[in-house]
Design a protein around this ligand. Sequence first.
Ligand SMILES: [Zn+2]
Length: 147
Amino acid sequence: MKTVAKWGFYIILIILFRMVNDYVPRDIDSELLPYVESFEKWTGTKLQGRYYSIKFARQYPGVAAVALGMNNDDAVIVRVDPIIWARLSKQQRSWLVYHELAHDVHNSIHDTSFLMNRSIPVFLTDQILEAAKDQYLITLRNGTNKI
Ligand SMILES: [Zn+2]
């Protein structure tokens, strides 16, 4: 009985350690979460790193969003301007979150694909967005997202 209790204790410890190990703090505004999950899905990238903070915050005039965790693989930190966000279409919102996560998660740089253009496309349809995703995946596969 004593041995069983001891093993039970060890098993509980192992489970607890595994939970701590698997636990990744995700501080993501609920309105942004579906876009983040969509990015993870179509890029096949589980956001890696130790800290995730994807939230709304006012930016300098004309700045729609920033990827503060770019080139820091321990953190994914994105801030989206709520005033600009409110004026965007669903496709533009997707484009913006994908763009910032591409910077932050993959260290992608500007002008390497349509998704990595500096400004939010004025005209964007589901079809254009799908093509932009496909094109981005090719740059990711070839490593040209960083050159
Ligand atoms: Zn950018």
